[in-house]
Design a protein around this ligand. Structure first.
Ligand SMILES: O=C(O)[C@H]1NCC[C@@H]1O
Length: 383
């Protein structure tokens, strides 16, 4: 303890305090204090500032970490439309939406609403009949409505970990159907070559971020869980698909915001997993980070795709698993709740996503001026 006090009191610059949680196995490191102010008026401007001026702090996380940075003042909180803003961080940069972190943040914000260093814009709405708190989160993709099961004891509210947190993000939509890629021989991965396949067909859908969604069989795999493939096998396939699609901007058109137009991840799916309303997926996002959770924003996108292809009706719920949650009770639920029409005439779908998150710890980050590794480092496959 003495050592801890000495370090914490030492010449380390500002400490950064975080609370760590996981959602179906995927971590969220929530920054509680110590981050410098983000300049800019809008959330997207603040995101650009973090990228341009504070990226050395993001890189102190590791390649499989996921961060959430709370932002008190955004154009939506100022207008009274949101209670708080958030930026999401991963191994490559700053994403536009994150479902697993939203689920974790729902619990965290209810539990700390009276203890945060800055006040939430509005008092969170508490439904006394349903015992749940309603929270409006301003994410880079837009407004995300979060419902957090809540217990009130002795006048204090705390999140009820025994019930799932749900959220409805910005409307999801299918951006491109049946995109066929001919894979040149030199780029074919082991499973595709083994099956003698040369073409791959993918769909692209948006759930706050754009995902290529592709059935495991299209990539030469029998399925995802229980077939003996390694993550490396699937990573090779997903990375190739992403590389091929990355240049095709026309496939990722957002109705109003060009800043959101990029392919964030590739989700390999097995729709034959489990019972009729259950499936498993493996998401590679950002710089081939693997999502251990069933990917909340991916679930939003997949529900829009399932409705578009007639596999799912409004109001029907599917349980989406990751390889970590498969066989367990912590898959995410996804339900199409409403159809919306965008300004450009395209149709979108509001999707309710549910899942559970847990606290795992707290961290204090410090750094010494003379340490040339203070901004972290990334060791990948090049030595
Ligand atoms: O749940 C999600 O939406 C996120 N999980 C990691 C990748 C996505 O941002």
């Amino acid at each position: 303890m003495d050592v801890y006090k000495r370090i914490a009191a030492g010449p380390m610059g500002t400490e950064i305090h975080t609370i760590d949680m996981h959602t179906s196995g995927e971590p969220t490191r929530i920054v509680v204090s110590g981050y410098p102010d983000l300049q800019g008026r809008t959330l997207l401007q603040k995101r650009a500032y973090a990228k341009d001026h504070l990226d050395h702090l993001r890189t102190r996380g590791h390649a499989d970490m996921y961060g959430a940075l709370l932002v008190q003042a955004t154009e939506m909180t100022e207008a009274g439309q949101a209670d708080i803003g958030v930026l999401f961080m991963h191994n490559e940069g700053y994403s536009t939406m994150c479902g697993h972190a939203t689920i974790a943040l729902g619990r965290f914000l209810v539990d700390t609403q009276d203890k945060l260093l800055f006040p939430l814009r509005e008092h969170l709405g508490y439904d006394t009949e349903k015992h749940e708190t309603h929270l409006r989160l301003h994410a880079p993709c837009g407004l995300v409505r979060v419902t957090v099961p809540t217990i009130v004891q002795g006048g204090r509210a705390r999140s009820d970990e025994s019930r799932p947190v749900t959220f409805v993000s910005v409307p999801s939509f299918v951006s491109a159907r049946d995109v066929v890629m001919n894979i040149p021989e030199a780029d074919r991965w082991t499973a595709l070559r083994a099956k003698g396949q040369t073409r791959v067909c993918v769909d692209i859908a948006y759930g706050g971020a754009f995902y290529a969604i592709v059935e495991a069989k299209e990539l030469g795999f029998e399925g995802i869980v229980g077939f003996g493939y390694s993550l490396r096998d699937m990573d090779e396939a997903a990375a190739t698909v992403k590389r091929f699609l990355a240049t095709q901007r026309a496939l990722v058109r957002h109705p109003s915001e060009s800043d959101l137009e990029y392919l964030y991840g590739v989700i390999i799916t097995d729709e034959n997993y489990g019972h009729a309303r259950e499936s498993v997926g493996l998401c590679f996002f950002a710089d081939q980070e693997v999502d251990r959770s069933p990917t909340g924003s991916g679930v939003s996108a997949r529900v829009a795709l399932a409705v578009a292809t007639g596999r799912l009706a409004f109001g029907e719920t599917t349980v989406f698993h990751s390889p970590v949650s498969a066989g367990g009770d912590d898959g995410f639920t996804g339900t199409a709740v409403e159809e919306v029409v965008f300004a450009d005439g395209r149709r979108g779908i509001s999707v309710s996503v549910g899942g559970r998150a847990w606290y795992t710890g707290a961290h204090v980050f410090a750094g010494e001026g003379g340490d040339r590794r203070v901004a972290g480092f990334l060791l990948r496959d090049c030595l």
